[in-house]
Design a protein around this ligand. Structure first.
Ligand code: SAM
Length: 229
């Protein structure tokens, strides 16, 4: 620990401790989580740089819990996660046998890569790529079996971009799992009640009342049968 015994008379600002790092704007926290029999070591790099991408949000943990309780089968499935933050959800999907692409804005990729390295054995099927909704989705194929998102429905201006991205990525028989904290002030309910159902068949798969987190499962609407007169 740094020596912080200084003369307060000669140095009025020294009422603030001088420990190195106490007032730095970033710090890392390593946490352990256990899902589906896997121990996940996740580093969260808090600070202004990563913003909301830094931490593991309740929705991510609810979604991991859901995969465990429902025994969701990822084996051999082509999976993509949007707005992954720490990557915990996609990492679990990869450990459960999925061929997973974990995506977020470029600023978050280093954190996700570190967590993938720490948890997915070499040769495991998890790749990390930049995907900004509404901009990069066409770089990715449109035939994913499973599309994942935890707490990504919170910025109303991005809703049309997110919708377009989901429409492109989700294969015809694919399934989307979205876990969301239902924040009234962020229009989250509007997204699930009005916007998403215009394009997808939607069901509320689980609700955690205490955390106010809903998990939705969505599929493309069946193409309407042609009418013959
Ligand atoms: C609230 S955090 C959730 C992080 C993580 N999924 C979790 O639940 O722990 C929202 C995430 O969405 C990402 N995000 C926000 N806007 C985005 C955009 N336009 N395109 C891609 N990702 C975006 C952020 O970088 C962040 O990682």
């Amino acid at each position: 620990m740094a020596n912080c015994r200084r003369d307060p008379e000669s140095e009025p600002e020294s009422v603030f401790p001088h420990e190195v790092g106490l007032f730095t704007d970033s710090y890392s926290e390593k946490s352990r989580f256990c899902f589906c029999g896997h121990v996940l070591n996740i580093t969260q790099n808090f600070g202004s740089r990563l913003g909301v991408a830094a931490g593991v949000w309740d929705s991510a943990l609810s979604l991991c819990n859901y995969f465990e309780s429902q025994n969701v089968d990822f084996r051999g499935k082509k999976v993509i996660e949007l707005g992954a933050g720490t990557g915990i959800v996609g990492i679990l999907a990869a450990l459960q046998g999925g061929d997973v692409t974990i995506t977020d804005l470029p600023v978050a990729l280093e954190q996700i890569k570190g967590n993938v390295q720490a948890n997915v054995p070499a040769g495991g099927r998890a790749q990390v790529c930049a995907l900004s909704w509404g901009i990069d989705q066409h770089v990715f194929p449109g035939d994913y079996d499973i599309v994942l998102g935890a707490d990504i429905v919170y910025l109303e201006p991005t809703f049309p971009l997110l919708l377009g991205t989901l429409q492109h990525l989700c294969g015809h028989h694919g399934t989307i799992y979205l876990a969301s904290k239902m924040r009234e002030e962020h229009g989250t309910e509007n997204f699930f009640q009005h916007l998403l159902p215009q394009h997808f068949q939607l069901e509320l798969a689980q609700r955690d009342e205490d955390k106010n987190v809903n998990i939705y499962r969505a599929r493309h609407r069946e193409p309407r049968p042609a009418h013959h007169s």
